[in-house]
Design a protein around this ligand. Structure first.
Ligand SMILES: Nc1nc2c(c(=O)[nH]1)N[C@@H](CN(C=O)c1ccc(C(=O)N[C@@H](CCC(=O)O)C(=O)O)cc1)CN2
Length: 313
């Protein structure tokens, strides 16, 4: 940030936003509704939705997320099939496993935890997952369906962002939305989902000039830059809704670490609503994975074309 930007910063009170959207509670409610739908599916079709979770290597954060995904799958009454592969796994070995999972009728959803070790081309692996089982929504077929608004499986974090926004926004039409970050996992798909609701969407990224000024015009801000405390209070228009997707581990004074988002929430007393980190988008990402697995199982059992997302419950 240049010194002129720092000088331009308005002094805003260090107070809490009027609403802190509780992602943990929203996710728990969603999992409960999914569990009821799973029970109905089991009773009416005899099929239990099954999720294959593939973890390659020993990344500690990935290990935690995979454990949480498996625990939540069990909570929803689904089956999980855990595949933990060594850090040295080759791309060919991983592709062979994906081929087996694609052919396995007990598996309705396949998830390969990212990031993958350097020797594996993540794009090739994601492309190998059958689109109908691609519960992460990363396969080009699902990306294409999202961009044309023709159903399919939607990436979990963007889906979670929209569900969080839905708790405070009734009418999206005409609202100005600014997405910070252009990743395939969050920035681009969330921009498409906002566009689908007829928001006027601006996608910003590392090379965007005058980012604070662009954000200042937004009614909705989705911060997915992976940059701790990037978005300050004086970037946010009074009454805006802010979704913080950042999960950044930063040092604590006592030598440990803590997780912070991309947004300085304490400076957002003038915002209408903000998601906290932790406890905002993260838990929704996992709950939406279960929603996608239920959707995939429903479509595979009925033999139908990929559906538009059903609302659980
Ligand atoms: N195949 C995928 N890989 C990755 C994805 C993904 O959606 N699919 N997203 C991230 C990791 N991720 C899920 O996989 C994920 C990240 C964070 C959280 C979460 O609950 N975070 C907590 C805070 C962090 C913590 O407690 O450790 C929170 O926000 O409350 C859930 C899932 C990259 N890889």
């Amino acid at each position: 940030m240049g010194s002129s930007e720092a000088e331009a910063r308005i002094d805003l009170p260090d107070v809490r936003p009027s609403i802190l959207i509780d992602g943990t509670a929203l996710a728990a409610g969603l999992v409960t509704r999914i569990a009821a739908d799973v029970a109905t599916m089991v009773r009416t079709t005899g099929v239990t939705p099954g999720l294959a979770v593939v973890l390659v290597g020993r990344d500690p954060a990935s290990d935690i997320y995979v454990r949480r995904k498996i625990a939540q799958t069990g909570k929803a009454g689904m089956r999980s099939f855990e595949h933990r592969l060594s850090e040295e796994t080759s791309e060919a070995e991983l592709l062979a496993l994906i081929g087996q999972l694609n052919a396995d009728d007990a598996v309705h959803g396949i998830l390969v935890q990212l990031p993958l070790p350097a020797q594996i081309d993540a794009g090739a692996v994601l492309d190998a997952i059958a689109p109908a089982k691609d519960v992460d929504g990363f396969h080009p077929v699902n990306v294409g369906r999202l961009s044309t608004g023709t159903g399919g499986l939607v990436p979990c974090t963007p889906l979670g962002c929209m569900m969080l926004l839905d708790t405070v926004i009734e009418e999206y039409r005409g609202l100005k939305a600014v997405v910070i970050g252009k990743s395939n996992i969050v920035g681009k798909p969330v921009a498409l989902l906002l566009l689908e609701r007829e928001c006027t969407v601006t996608v910003t990224h590392i090379a965007t000039r005058n980012l604070p000024d662009i954000v200042r015009g937004a009614d909705i801000v989705v911060a997915a830059a992976g940059s701790p405390a990037l978005v300050r209070g004086d970037w946010i228009k009074p009454g805006a809704v802010v979704i913080d997707v950042g999960i950044n581990r930063v040092p604590r004074e006592d030598g440990g670490t803590r997780i912070v988002g991309d947004v300085v929430t304490a400076e957002l007393g003038h915002a209408r609503a903000v998601t906290p980190v932790p406890g905002g988008v993260g838990p929704m990402t996992i709950a939406c994975l279960l929603a996608n697995t239920l959707q995939a199982a429903g479509d595979l059992v009925s033999g139908s074309r990929p559906s538009h997302r059903r609302q659980a419950g």
